[in-house]
Every structure is written in C-alpha cells, then in structure tokens.
Design a protein around this ligand. Sequence first.
Ligand SMILES: *Cc1c(COP(=O)(O)O)cnc(C)c1O
Length: 367
Amino acid sequence: MPLRAMNDLTAHNASLAGELSAAVTRVLDSGWYVLGREVAAFEEAFAAHCGVPHAIGVGNGTDALELALAGVGAGRGDRVALVANAGGYGTAAVHALGAIPVYVDVSPETWLLDPVALDRALTGGGVSAVIVTHLYGRLADMVALSAVAARHGVRIVEDCAQAHGAARDGRRAGSFGDAAAFSFYPTKNLGALGDAGIVVTADPAVAERVTRLRQYGWDRKYRMATGPGRNSRLDEIQAAALRVKLPHLDAWNARRVELARRYTTSITHPKVALPAIEAPGHVAHLFVVRTADRDGLAAHLRAHGVPSETHYPIPDHRQPGFGDRFADVSLPVTEQLCAETLSLPCYPELSDADADLVADAVNRWEV
Ligand SMILES: *Cc1c(COP(=O)(O)O)cnc(C)c1O
C-alpha cells in the first residue's frame, strides 16, 4: 500500500479500538464530562510516568505552556527567552500571557536551545523565564541549561510536546525544569482523540497556581483566589482515552527510534544530512533531514508518492503576522535550519518495508 500521509492515526488508534470505545462509553454513562475521576486518574498516572509529584490537565499544549509560565511567576510585560525554530507555540503562549518573547539561537549540532547563546541573552538581566523546547523528540542539554538559568535566577519551563517519555540518566522530560508543558494533540507521541494538554511540576506552589488558573482562578467554586484565571480544562473523554494509551507510550517510542535507526543506515544520499538520533533520550517524534535544496527533495519525494513536511518553514521572528517587529533580530542557525529541514514519515505503525521505500526514494534523488 502506498504511503498516504505523515501519520496513520486510524491504524494507530485501531490497535486499541475496543479499549478506547469502552473508555468513551464509560465516560458517557458516568454523566460527568469535565475535570472528574478520569482526569484525576490520568493526572496521577502521567505524573508518575514523568517522575514528578504534580500534573494538572488542561485544554491543549499551548495553554499548558501559558499556564506553566504563569505558574512559575511570569506575567504581563515580563520577558521570556525561547527558541524561534519550534513552530511558534511558545511564542503564542508568551503573547497570550502578555509577555515579551526574547529569541535565542539554537546550537548547530543539536538544533536545540544553545546554552552559550542563552547565557548571553540572560546577561544584563530583564528575563524572568525561559522555555526549553525538546524539539523532534530530542532532550535538550538540561544540565547545562539549568546551570545557566540558575546562575541568572531565571525559571525554566520545558516544552515537552514532542518528547513524551524521553529520558536521560533515569530522568524523564518534564522532570528537569520548574514546570513543564505537554500537548496530547493526536499526532504527538502520546495523542488524545482531540485536543488535550498537561502541566507537570515538582513545585507544589506552581501546581496550586496552575490548578487555579485553569479554572477562572478558583480555589473553590465561584471564588477567584488567584487571577486573572481562564478556562482551560481537560475533559473526561480525552483523559479516559489517554489512560488507555499511556501504558503503550514506551513501546511506541521504541518503535519510532527503531525506524529512525533504520533510516540512518538506509539513507545514504551525499547531499542529505541525517539527524543525530543516538543522542541519549531521543524518542524520534520526527525524523528530520537537512539539505540545501529542501524544496527540490520534497518535490522529488512527492513525485514518487512519498509524503514529507517541513517542521518548520518560517522562524517565529519572521512570521508575517508580526510585521517588522522583530526585524532587528538575527538568528543565523535558526534561519538556515528553517530553510533546509525536511521531515520524513516516522510513526509507530510505519512498516519496515514502507520505511525502506522512503529511504530508497531519497537515495534516488538526482541533484
Ligand atoms: C504541538 C506542540 C505544541 C502545542 O500543542 P497544542 O496542543 O497543539 O496547543 C507546543 N510545542 C510544541 C513543540 C509542539 O510540537
């Protein structure tokens, strides 16, 4: 069967169809649909999976970032440091908070937040928090980044939306920062049947703040104890589906890594640079190659029935919606990566045979 898309969510969820249907029916019959027993049980299970004491279910990953930032004390008018090559979600969260993005370049080796560039950005003060994005499934260097942030008294929010389950030295993504945000958008390594997100933290004060802010700032019904709050709740159907899927996350991640390794040996095109997937903790959310004529490779693959996608073509500081607001921001590594990266299909249900077809099509590119 030809590869039709970058993902096959029908096959993914079909493998658990009976359990997922039973979970949805259980919620339907319960008569309780938002922030109930399913959410509480999933929060507990996900916190345990991450190795942190607190998890707070919210509406989606972007809300999770915004609420995590608010949870660590960032607010209106504050400066928040972040990368500009990660799809703009962090930027959206920073703006929703009324805060100001301070863009930092990424490392040319890892494509993740560069500790040296962060140190430079924090020198001189004025930044209150930093978002560290574990892009494509690869854990950022949290030891170096935490040391830099601590030296400047800046709190860290991890963006783990592409790194569920990634671990290094026995610690999972989400357990390094002051707080962390996850998305369960259906294509993520752990995906719901709709929108969902979560904030995890080891800090009880952050947990309490986020718990209030996700529901109007209430500490109890109709009392706004912390504010301004908002409505970003996790619903019972999504939580019930996520409870079914969480026990399979590590096996799915292992299959993604296996496919990434397969690509690493089978793709041999001299003009196509491969990602370093052997980095500890990699969970291969995306398999992203790099080549000078990215659009040429994408067109060649399309002509051979192979889907591909660019994550992400426009760096945040060059998005047209911002006009020339960031015109004087220059991030050479970020800008070059946005022009040269291309993602190949990499999802747990992809067969070895189809992965070999993808690799073969790449190798046959005449450039
Ligand atoms: C998907 C994603 C988000 C946002 O999640 P939503 O649930 O779509 O709001 C944030 N950060 C990264 C890195 C993502 O990939």
